[in-house]
Each structure stands twice: as structure tokens, then as C-alpha cells.
Ligand binder design. Structure first.
Ligand code: NAP
Ligand code: MG
Length: 492
């Protein structure tokens, strides 16, 4: 683990194994940190913040050092893609074409923002109750405890570390236990970029120990969490004891709505891409597909035919388009939802089983249910696997109502050739992101985050940067003493 600029084992000497979900072989062994290791890291981050080695240097200098990290990521891109795929089950196609390039671009975005974003924000001239000049200074919050999931291990680490350090904070990052490797590799790149010791610390260990320490330790000023809604609630509860700032990126059950005037071939591909990319293990996946009954039959024939073309296989083979899910436990959860779908009388039209020909690895077929009612478990709960629930609708109003009938509010899609109308539908959906005639397209400048139980706060863009800043108001009296009439109330 990387604590205070040094590579260390857990104080207890304990380790945990990283398993390849495609063949169940051990990929690596990493330290299994205890609360004492987490406290070492928090102390290091606290000292590094308080002594100003990072928080008080010129933003331009921070930016220069962060751009060296970008160079380091680019130099190691192939190695990173391979490690990411080996441990998370992401296809090598995806990790080399999406995960690593986005990690580079998003780190670069925040490295540049570190000096482009002016920390001074002027306010309009004030005449009442006295004449004064006012402005706002954005300052770093302090120590950020950051907890990330296993679905996009490198990218999620970048979304946490890059905006935080760009704004001058120091961090302790806890990767998910299944996938700690690329976060450790990122720490190595950060070390090689000469970012001072203690600014970034990466502690590998379980959520219930290291995660809870980060969420509750009084020396931590902010907790940033990405993961399930249930753990997010726990993190918020722990953080409340010392009133930490909290941002949460949680689960979703996003609706992908196909209107009758959609380009059907594009919408079919968008529906499959929106659900089965990364075997459905993406928080904003469009796992509820809402299709207008006027085009339903034609649409579904094409969807099923095209869905059969998805090639399930070992994630390291370039031919594979859908790899395994992350773990045996995750596969069991997914299978229990498939069972629930059948019990609730949804109709299975594709997949539903473990694919043939694999005696090792956590594979699940791309699975499609039709005749789904939005009240069913498979339409209400996040499955986090390759399972699509298709719901038919009669009117656009009905589609909007179904889309919003969810405790979640992360994202969604609208497919239509009538763009003004699609924008009206997008506005009516209560989620943080809506794609029109597209899906999963995340970019550095656009805010990402959830309404309702999908979270609090935003990542990416200047919005994501601002989540790592405190705003301080500074008031400068301009008028002479005699015009400060409030003073007269006390001192005549
Ligand atoms: P998870 O079980 O909530 O775990 C996420 C992280 O929290 C892991 O690092 C985990 O550590 C840690 N953790 C577990 N228990 C904890 C506790 N009591 N206190 C503090 N930390 C704790 O989620 P997951 O199963 O890894 O990931 C899937 C979920 O993440 C889905 O619900 C998905 O929608 C959500 N997600 C959301 C977004 C988004 O941006 N909104 C993005 C990606 C994923 P261990 O690994 O050691 O358990
Ligand atoms: Mg979990």
C-alpha cells in the first residue's frame, strides 16, 4: 500500500488475494489493511495538508505535477488496461478503449483545471448596510477519505483523486477489495511524478474496516463514496458524527425510453449497449427499457436478434464483447434476480443461464425479460448484471411516469428523431443525466451524479471540482467609519 510516500504492508502482515473473474486464478496478493493502517494514512494526509506542502503551493505548480501523472498514465496504458481486465473482468476491448483513455483524459482535465479555475470569484458591489467590496475564495476542504467500487477501478480512482488534489486537498483512497491493483499502479505513477509524500495515500482493505475508519475518523474533512445505496447510507451516518462534507454516487435503475419515431436500428444498438456493456455492471446502465407499443414487435425482433450477437467469453480475448461478472457472489445475486423475474411471470426471451463451455469463471448470459411490470422486483431493484427488463408503454406521459417510478434517479435515455420533444422528455425525467440518441457517453466537462437515492453531489466538470472546495466570503470595508451605521447601535 502507499502511505506517506512509502510502500508498506499491513501492520498485521495480513494479505488478501485478487482473483481473475474469468478463470478464478489468483492474480495478485495485496495487504489487507486494518484500522491502524487507515489511521496512519489519514495522519499522513492530515500532516501533508496542514503543512501546506500541497494546499498552499501555486495552483500552477500543482497542475504541472498532475500533468506528469497524465504522462505516466499514458506511458503505462497497456499495462493498466491488462491489469484492469485481469482483476475486474472488463473486456480488454473496453479497458483499452474506454477505461484507460478516459482515466487519462479525466486526469488531464482536472490537472488543467487546477490552474485554469480562478480561486477568486468577485461579487457585485454592495452599498447596504455599508459600502463594501466582497469576494469569494475557493479553498481546499482538507483531508478527503475516498471509497470506490470494483466496476471501473482505475477510472473511479481518477474521479476521486484528480479533482481533490487539483483543488489542493490531500486524500486517502480505498479501492474495492476485488480490484485494488490499478489504484496501486496509479499511486506508483503519482510517486514517480514527484507529488509530495502524504498528498495521495492508497490503502487496500475491507470496507467494513478501512472504509468505516475513513467515514468516521475526525481528522477526515470530507468523504467521497461511490458504491451501493445501502453502504452509502452507512457512510453518511458515520460521517454525520463529525459533520463531514459528503458526496455519494450510488446505485441506479435507469430507464431507456424508445419513442415511436425513433430510428429503430440505432435505438436497438443503444438499448443493448446501454445494458450489456461491462455485463451490466455500470451504475447508470439503462436496465429498464421502455418501448412504445406502436413499434414494439418490430423493435423486439431486432433487439433479440442483435442481442444474440454479443460474444460472451474470456475478457482477455480481443474477440470477446462481454466478459464475466466480477465475482461468484455477484453472479449468485444476478441469478437470484433472474429467478425472481421468472417467479413474477416476466417472460424470458434471451439468456437466463450460465453460458456453456466454461467450467471456471463467473459468466452469465445476456438476459432479456419482456412483459415486465414496473412494480416487479427486476424493474425496481438494481441487479448490477446483464439483465434487461423491457416494459411496453402507450403514451409518452405513461413512459415518463414509469421512468420516474423508482427510488433511484441516476440517468436515462430517450430515443427519438424529434429532438425538441426528446428534450422535453429528458427534462421530465428526474435523474442527473439523460442521453438523447446515445448511451453511457460520459465526458470530462459534464456533471455526473444522482437525484433521489442515487446520490448527493456531482463528479466531473467544474461541478465535480467545486465539491472539493470550501467557499470563503471576504468582506472589505470601503466606506469611512462614520457610514457604518450598525456600529452606532452599540457605540453612539
Ligand atoms: P459496495 O458494496 O457499496 O462497495 C463500494 C465500496 O465501499 C467498496 O470499496 C467497499 O469495500 C466499500 N465498503 C463496503 N462496506 C463499507 C462500509 N461499511 N463502510 C465503508 N465502505 C464500505 O458497492 P459495490 O458492490 O462494490 O459496487 C456496486 C455498486 O456501486 C452498485 O450499487 C453501483 O450502482 C454503484 N456504483 C455507483 C456509481 C455512481 O457513480 N453512481 C458508479 C459505480 C458503481 P469492499 O470492496 O472491501 O467491500
Ligand atoms: Mg459490496
Amino acid at each position: 500500500m502507499y502511505i506517506n510516500g512509502k510502500w508498506v504492508d499491513a501492520r498485521s502482515g495480513k494479505t488478501m488475494k485478487v482473483i481473475n473473474p474469468g478463470n478464478e486464478e489468483v492474480v495478485a496478493e495485496v495487504p489487507a489493511a486494518g484500522a491502524e493502517d487507515a489511521r496512519d494514512a489519514i495522519k499522513a494526509a492530515r500532516d501533508a495538508f496542514d503543512n501546506g506542502v500541497w494546499s498552499r503551493i501555486e495552483p500552477r505548480k500543482r497542475s504541472e505535477l498532475m500533468l506528469k501523472v497524465v504522462d505516466g498514465l499514458i506511458a503505462k496504458q497497456n499495462e493498466l488496461a491488462e491489469l484492469e481486465s485481469l482483476s475486474s473482468g472488463a473486456t480488454i476491448r473496453k479497458s483499452s478503449m474506454i477505461d484507460v483513455p478516459l482515466a487519462v483524459e479525466h486526469f488531464r482535465y482536472f490537472a488543467e483545471l487546477a490552474y485554469k479555475k480562478d480561486p477568486y470569484e468577485p461579487l457585485p458591489w454592495v452599498n447596504f448596510p455599508s459600502v463594501s467590496w466582497n469576494f469569494v475564495v475557493r479553498e481546499p476542504i482538507g483531508v478527503a477519505g475516498q471509497i470506490v467500487p470494483w466496476n471501473f477501478p482505475l477510472l473511479m480512482a481518477v474521479w476521486k483523486i484528480a479533482p481533490a488534489i487539483a483543488a489542493g486537498n490531500t486524500v486517502v483512497l480505498k479501492p474495492a477489495s476485488y480490484t485494488p491493483l490499478t489504484a496501486l499502479e496509479l499511486a506508483k505513477i503519482i510517486e514517480e511524478a514527484d507529488i509530495p509524500a502524504g498528498v495521495v495515500n492508497v490503502v487496500t482493505g475491507s470496507g467494513s474496516v478501512v472504509g468505516e475508519e475513513l467515514a468516521s475518523n475526525p481528522m477526515v474533512d470530507k468523504v467521497a463514496f461511490t458504491g451501493s445505496t445501502s453502504v452509502g447510507k452507512r457512510v453518511m451516518e458515520l460521517a454525520s458524527k463529525t459533520v463531514k462534507k459528503v458526496t455519494l454516487e450510488l446505485g441506479g435503475k435507469s430507464a431507456n425510453i424508445v419513442l415511436a419515431d425513433a430510428n429503430i436500428d440505432e435505438a436497438v444498438d443503444g438499448a443493448l449497449f446501454g445494458t450489456f456493456l461491462h455485463a451490466g455492471q455500470i451504475c447508470e446502465s439503462g436496465t429498464r427499457l421502455l418501448v412504445d407499443e406502436k413499434i414494439y414487435d418490430k423493435f423486439m425482433d431486432k433487439l433479440i436478434a442483435r442481442g444474440k450477437e454479443i460474444k460472451v467469453g474470456y475478457q482477455m480475448d480481443y474477440e470477446t464483447t462481454m466478459g464475466p461478472v466480477v465475482s461468484a457472489t455477484q453472479r449468485e445475486t444476478i441469478e437470484s434476480y433472474i429467478k425472481a423475474g421468472l417467479e413474477e411471470k416476466a417472460k424470458l426471451v434471451l439468456g437466463g443461464k450460465r453460458p456453456e463451455g466454461f467450467d471456471k469463471g463467473f459468466y452469465v448470459e445476456p438476459t432479456i425479460f419482456v412483459d415486465v411490470d414496473n412494480k416487479m422486483k427486476i424493474a425496481q431493484e438494481e441487479i448490477f448484471g446483464p439483465v434487461l427488463a423491457v416494459i411496453r408503454f402507450k403514451t409518452v406521459e405513461e413512459a415518463i411516469r414509469i421512468a420516474n417510478d423508482s427510488v433511484y434517479g441516476l440517468a436515462g435515455g430517450v430515443w427519438s428523431t424529434d429532438i425538441p420533444r426528446a428534450i422535453e422528455v429528458a427534462k421530465a425525467i428526474r435523474t442527473g443525466t439523460v442521453w438523447i440518441n446515445d448511451y453511457h457517453l460520459i465526458n470530462a466537462i459534464a456533471p455526473f451524479g444522482g437525484y433521489k437515492q442515487s446520490g448527493i453531489g456531482r463528479e466531473l466538470g467544474t461541478y465535480g471540482f467545486d465539491e472539493y472546495t470550501q467557499i470563503k466570503h471576504i468582506h472589505v470595508a470601503v466606506a469611512p467609519r462614520k457610514s457604518k451605521f450598525w456600529y452606532d447601535l452599540l457605540l453612539e
